[in-house]
Every structure is written in structure tokens, then in C-alpha cells.
Design a binder for this molecule. Structure first.
Ligand code: ADP
Ligand code: MG
Length: 313
């Protein structure tokens, strides 16, 4: 297949189609309309075969995750997804592979009404670069730098599942864990609902401790996390000791849940909106005026971890 046949057959004219796309695939560049009083939110992520996903990953899942991780960045800003581009490097043009890949891509694209408006196609080692664009009313973006002492710290969903799936890959982890690794659910609805509620937000791609650490650093604050409050799935607690589960929840990446902080006076507002999140939300601690991330048990004892230095950032 030629480059143009591939684009025509698998990527052009797919759903969703949005009225704000003046011109999508087919010209030198795309034209889109940004509504008044909104900001354009832009993010990009590259996935390289064998580095960001195992070579055995299905093409459906590769595409799904490549788009999901970009959507997760939009969610962490509070943005509404609008458009994306796809730069695809392929070792060969295999129609069966491309069909499954495009199905994974457009399945998720339709769920979040994000339209493919362009891209690039090259030959080489399998690499997927997606750039995603979202929209947000001016002044409402969720930044890493706005956490304040006294804020409550929350996370969406459960933590550690994707990490356990990755560890167990050679032994075929169960379907729940695999789907947590390969098809993360970008928390778009949660991000949108948090616009006027949250002070700060980040998506968890490198593990809670590391990613919360970015909020603390950029906001120049500290935090106390109650490790017994960390939301763990039934599968995780069944398969691991509580110590192992906590360790994974704190340090494993790839969960793509949101971690966010809200001022205590917004708690009632959060409770009111929680039904729109489509996922559980758990309070795990609070922001302090210190400079440290303190991990402790319910009774106040410190949690010590010998294997990594993440307690100090
Ligand atoms: P150019 O030579 O200007 O880079 P291309 O020949 O690469 O243009 O692409 C032609 C059109 O097809 C452009 O509109 C481009 O955005 C689109 N396109 C190329 N590759 C892809 C892809 N993988 N997915 C979607 N659209 C693509
Ligand atoms: Mg090109």
C-alpha cells in the first residue's frame, strides 16, 4: 500500500467529525476554530515499541494507549478534548495490523469526541507520536503550581494495578490487570468537573509519590499522605501483601489516574459533582506548609521504605 492509500483507507474520514474542524486531513495543515474566551491546550507523547510497550502488545491496545496517555494529560489540565494528530512510523505496511490499530484509535477517539485532523507516515521502527489539543475557558486550567497548605489531596480510581500487570506480564496477568495497563481510562469528566473546584492537578504516569512530588515542588509546599487510605483494587489486595500493594500504589507508573488538591471549603462542591466523575475518588491526605512528602499510617507512625528515595524530592 502507498502512503496515501494507507491514510485514505485507515485514517481519513473517520468518526468523530466535529463542526469546529474547518479542514482536517488532506491539505498541508489542518484548520480548526477556537471558541472565544478559550485557551488551546496542547500536549504530545511518543510511544516506542519495546520501550513504552512490550512488542507483544496488540495493535488495538497500542493505538488505544497512545491516545489515552495524551487524553490523560488533557484531563490533568481540566481541558475538553478537541483534535489530535498522529505521526506514525511503521516497519512495514500490514493492512491487518493497520485495521486493528485504527479500530483501537477511533474507539477511544469517539468516546471523547476528539477528531483526527492530520499526521505523518514514515517507515522505520514502530513509533507512535500523538499530539492532542483541548479547549478550556480562560483562567480555568488546573496547574501543578497552585496547591496551597491545608488543601485536601485526592486521587481518582485505584493505584498500582497497571504496575502489577507490568510486573506479571510474563505470567499472563488476569484481564482486569491487563486492561488497566493497556487501556487506561483518561479521567476527562473528572478533570472538567474539577475546573472551579481544584487548586492543582496532575495525572499519575510515573507513580503517585513522584507525580505528587511535582505538585509539591512547583507549588512549594509539602504533604502528608495516609498510606492506609490509598485506593487499592480488590485484585491488587488479593494478590499482594499490604506492604507490596502500598509500595506499588506509591511508585508504579502507568495508572493514569488524576491526583488533585482542593481547598477544604470546596469539599461539599466536590461531593455534589462526584457522580459526574464516572470513577471513585479518595481523599489520601493534605497539603502542608512544609517541604517534605510525609507518608504515615492511620496512627501517625511514619512509613519507611528502604528501596527508594522518593520521600525526599
Ligand atoms: P506533507 O507532505 O505536507 O507532510 P503528507 O503527504 O505527509 O503531507 O500528508 C498528507 C495529508 O495526510 C496531510 O493532511 C496529513 O496531515 C495527512 N496525514 C499524513 N499521515 C497521516 C496519518 N498517519 N494520520 C492522519 N493523517 C495523516
Ligand atoms: Mg508529511
Amino acid at each position: 500500500m502507498t502512503e496515501f492509500e494507507i491514510i485514505r483507507q485507515f485514517f481519513a474520514d473517520r468518526l468523530p467529525k466535529r463542526p469546529d474542524v474547518i479542514y482536517g486531513i488532506g491539505d498541508d495543515a489542518a484548520l480548526t476554530r477556537i471558541p472565544a474566551h478559550h485557551l488551546l491546550v496542547t500536549t504530545t507523547d511518543t510511544m516506542v515499541a519495546g520501550v513504552h510497550f512490550p512488542l507483544a502488545t496488540t495493535p488495538f491496545d497500542i493505538a488505544y494507549k497512545a491516545l489515552a496517555v495524551n487524553l490523560s494529560d488533557l484531563a490533568a489540565m481540566g481541558a475538553t478534548p478537541a483534535w489530535f494528530t498522529l505521526a506514525l512510523t511503521l516497519p512495514e505496511s500490514d493492512p491487518k495490523w493497520l485495521k486493528a490499530f485504527s479500530e483501537g484509535l477511533f474507539t477511544l477517539a469517539q468516546l471523547h469526541n476528539i477528531q483526527l485532523i492530520g499526521g505523518d507516515l514514515t517507515r522505520g521502527p514502530l513509533t507512535i507520536t500523538i499530539q492532542a489539543f483541548g479547549l478550556i475557558p480562560e483562567g480555568e486550567a488546573l496547574l501543578r503550581s497552585q496547591a496551597k497548605p491545608g488543601d485536601l489531596i485526592y486521587v481518582t480510581g485505584t493505584l498500582g494495578d497497571a504496575g502489577l500487570a507490568l510486573k506479571n506480564l510474563p505470567n499472563r496477568p488476569d484481564d482486569y490487570l491487563l486492561s488497566r495497563l493497556n487501556r487506561p481510562e483518561p479521567r476527562i469528566a473528572a478533570g472538567e468537573a474539577l475546573r472551579k473546584i481544584a487548586h492543582a492537578a496532575i495525572d499519575i504516569s510515573d507513580g503517585l509519590a513522584a507525580d505528587l512530588g511535582h505538585i509539591l515542588e512547583q507549588s512549594q509546599v509539602g504533604a502528608i499522605i495516609n498510606i492506609e487510605q490509598l485506593p487499592l483494587s480488590a485484585v491488587l489486595t488479593e494478590k499482594l501483601t499490604s506492604q507490596e500493594a502500598i509500595q506499588l500504589a506509591l511508585t508504579a507508573g502507568d495508572d493514569y489516574e488524576l491526583c488533585f488538591t482542593i481547598p477544604a471549603e470546596h469539599k461539599a462542591e466536590l461531593t455534589k459533582k462526584i457522580a459526574t466523575f464516572n470513577c471513585q475518588v479518595t481523599c489520601i491526605g493534605n497539603i502542608t506548609s512544609g517541604k517534605e512528602l510525609i507518608l504515615q499510617y492511620n496512627d501517625g507512625r511514619k512509613y519507611h521504605d528502604q528501596t527508594s528515595g522518593y520521600q525526599h524530592f
